[in-house]
Design a binder for this molecule. Structure first.
Ligand SMILES: *[C@@H]1O[C@H](CO)[C@@H](O)[C@H](O)[C@H]1NC(C)=O
Ligand SMILES: *[C@@H]1O[C@H](CO)[C@@H](O)[C@H](O)[C@H]1NC(C)=O
Ligand SMILES: *[C@@H]1O[C@H](CO)[C@@H](O)[C@H](O)[C@H]1NC(C)=O
Ligand SMILES: *[C@@H]1O[C@H](CO)[C@@H](O)[C@H](O)[C@H]1NC(C)=O
Ligand SMILES: *[C@@H]1O[C@H](CO)[C@@H](O)[C@H](O)[C@H]1NC(C)=O
Ligand SMILES: *[C@@H]1O[C@H](CO)[C@@H](O)[C@H](O)[C@H]1NC(C)=O
Ligand SMILES: *[C@@H]1O[C@H](CO)[C@@H](O)[C@H](O)[C@H]1NC(C)=O
Ligand SMILES: *[C@@H]1O[C@H](CO)[C@@H](O)[C@H](O)[C@H]1NC(C)=O
Length: 375
């Protein structure tokens, strides 16, 4: 009886605040780095870890796995499973997007590609596959992407039935908003119906919204922006308004900041004129490096309520980033919108004691059963 009451209580709270219980996503991408082996990932902080990336061959449209890569893939899944689910992520920001335009446009190429992704995922013990095509650039490419997802889902279901195994998960990393902007006036909508029908969820890349490529400072991943649509809240809202079910939407969180060099060190707010990137490689700094920068330079740290973001500045350098506080606010927003969860880019960029990842885990409210599991 006591147990029942507790469960009811939990369900009520969950219903009122719209929590998707038990199958929330707390993901992180891992990029091969010699100094950050998969064994360094604290798996109690995550539910899903993505291997980034494999890229299809541009003539066979299949994933060709070299012996070195085979060792890395096998080590990755063996190290992390069964504590977390592993997904094989394909393509990525540095891959040639035109290869995907070709693959998605042609039935034989799609079949060849899909077949190889399932084979590689199964061979190396992954639980799913993830597509990071950055980005479809025409309306017909968006349509082709929808076809690709439908055929991929059909192949995954057929393979699961034939082998009597749990179907592979299928997800995709997508633009921060449902309309991919080609210019200020032209945009392309993602294939919403196909996403609802065929993907387990989308990883919305709710970051890199401002950066040193612009001549004014701004939050790289601000929750709000009263002056523009370049905000996490606008982007996530656009996915929902377009009809993607909230439980298919996973919010992206950056474990890095973007840096600028100020034009005038005495003008250092959001929107301050800047002349280019500040410290860090290409104007990006891992969260742990931002803390080092703040400490070493005695930087001023400012929480901006209007954008729910944090920035720091010292001399002519300016850094916009996320920290445990801003991530907590964003997770509250995501849960209020009944989203499925969050993911981070990327492992190795948090502090060595996982400050942001730990805070995110604790901030996401879920109903815990008597055995410490999630109902
Ligand atoms: C991993 O994270 C959990 C949850 O925060 C924590 O209890 C544990 O100490 C961490 N393990 C390591 C090795 O840091
Ligand atoms: C793609 O595969 C073909 C056939 O196996 C091979 O000849 C070619 O070198 C590969 N291309 C790249 C860029 O690896
Ligand atoms: C495939 O990739 C190779 C290596 O990047 C490049 O030289 C070649 O032109 C590409 N072929 C096609 C058909 O895109
Ligand atoms: C890759 O591994 C296979 C099987 O273990 C082996 O036959 C092949 O010679 C290896 N290839 C290279 C280039 O090392
Ligand atoms: C991929 O194609 C091969 C050769 O046609 C076939 O044997 C295999 O079953 C296919 N795999 C999947 C997952 O469809
Ligand atoms: C900053 O960029 C905007 C838009 O690209 C441009 O209109 C403006 O002139 C630039 N301002 C400076 C100070 O470079
Ligand atoms: C933001 O998006 C909305 C809805 O798509 C649009 O009506 C509005 O003009 C956009 N605002 C700006 C500042 O671009
Ligand atoms: C900050 O820097 C000082 C020395 O400059 C060092 O002693 C201290 O441990 C640092 N604190 C943190 C939190 O990194």
């Amino acid at each position: 009886m006591k147990m029942k009451m507790k469960m009811l209580h939990c369900v009520l709270i969950a219903t009122v605040i719209g929590i998707t219980n038990g199958n929330e996503i707390k993901g992180i991408y891992w990029v091969e780095q010699p100094l950050f082996p998969p064994s360094a990932i604290n798996t109690s902080l995550f539910t899903h870890v993505y291997y980034a990336f494999l890229v299809p061959n541009n003539t066979t449209y299949q994933l060709h796995v070299s012996n070195t890569t085979a060792t890395t893939l096998a080590t990755f899944t063996a190290t992390l499973s069964p504590a977390v689910s592993t997904l094989l992520s394909i393509s990525g920001a540095n891959a040639d997007a035109s290869v995907f335009a070709t693959i998605a446009s042609d039935a034989a190429a799609r079949a060849s590609f899909i077949n190889s992704t399932i084979a590689v995922a199964r061979t190396f013990g992954f639980h799913g596959v993830d597509l990071d095509w950055e980005f479809p650039r025409t309306a017909s490419q968006m349509g082709d992407m929808g076809k690709l997802f439908a055929e991929w889902r059909a192949a995954i279901s057929a393979e699961a039935a034939a082998t009597r195994r749990k179907p592979l998960l299928l997800s995709a990393a997508v633009y921060y908003a449902v309309d991919y902007f080609l210019s200020e006036t032209t945009s392309l909508r993602y294939p919403v119906d196909s996403i609802n029908d065929n993907l387990d969820w989308v990883n919305v890349m709710s970051y890199d919204l401002n950066g040193p490529w612009s001549n004014r400072t701004g939050p790289p991943s601000g929750l709000f922006d009263p002056r523009s649509n370049l905000s996490v809240g606008f982007g996530l809202g656009s996915w929902i308004r377009a009809g993607v079910r909230p439980n298919k939407v996973v919010m992206g969180l950056p474990l890095y900041g973007r840096t600028w060099q100020l034009r005038d060190p005495s003008v250092h707010g959001i929107g301050a004129p800047a002349v280019g990137p500040g410290p860090g490689s290409d104007g990006a700094m891992a969260f742990f490096q931002v803390l080092e920068f703040n400490n070493q330079t005695g930087a001023n740290v400012v929480y901006d309520d209007e954008t729910a973001s944090v920035y720091s500045y010292s001399g002519s350098y300016w850094v916009g980033y996320d920290d445990p506080v801003t991530v907590t606010v964003k997770i509250g927003f995501a849960q209020a919108r009944s989203l499925r969860g969050y993911f981070f880019w990327a492992a190795g960029l948090d502090t060595s004691d996982w400050k942001i990842s730990t805070q995110a885990l604790n901030a996401w409210i879920s109903c815990i059963n008597d055995y410490g599991g999630v109902k």
